[in-house]
Design a protein around this ligand. Structure first.
Ligand SMILES: [Zn+2]
Length: 147
């Protein structure tokens, strides 16, 4: 009876140790993963969590905003692939910003257009300066002929 109790206690301790190590490794992984996450659209910090693990039927990677009241989240679940796959997909989806990317492209296009227009304006100003000088020279010549 006592041997059985000791055996159970030992098994429990080993299992607890394994669980602690698993959680620690998982948390370490999650911390590293969190560094890859862009801020939430609201400006809040994003955090990656897991639901289930490699031993459960279904597993999910959930990226959510930690800002109070913000419910924005990205969930990727699978039954046949690994949690790492879920993490990768969830991070890829979370970090995708189509509106921001489109706006950034527009800003770049406007900057290029602005540079072109600035160059054209400089060329026109140089031409105007030449014309003004020529006009003055002609006005002086005309003045000499008149007088
Ligand atoms: Zn948010």
């Amino acid at each position: 009876m006592r041997t059985l109790a000791i055996k159970r206690t030992t098994q429990n301790l080993i299992q607890t140790g394994i669980d602690v190590l698993f959680v620690a490794e998982q948390q370490k992984g999650i911390v590293d993963m969190n560094e890859q996450l862009k801020l939430c659209q609201c400006g809040g910090k994003a955090e990656l969590r897991h639901k289930g693990n490699e031993y459960t039927k279904k597993r999910s990677s959930i990226i959510g905003c930690t800002a109070f009241g913000c419910t924005i989240q990205q969930v990727v679940s699978t039954m046949h692939r690994s949690l790492e796959w879920c993490d990768e997909k969830a991070i890829e989806k979370w970090n995708r910003r189509p509106i921001e990317d489109a706006l950034n492209k527009q800003v770049t296009d406007y900057q290029i257009a602005n540079e072109l227009l600035t160059a054209k304006l400089a060329a026109l100003n140089a031409k105007l300066t030449r014309i003004t000088i020529d006009k003055r020279k002609l006005a002086n010549k005309l003045q000499e002929h008149v007088s």
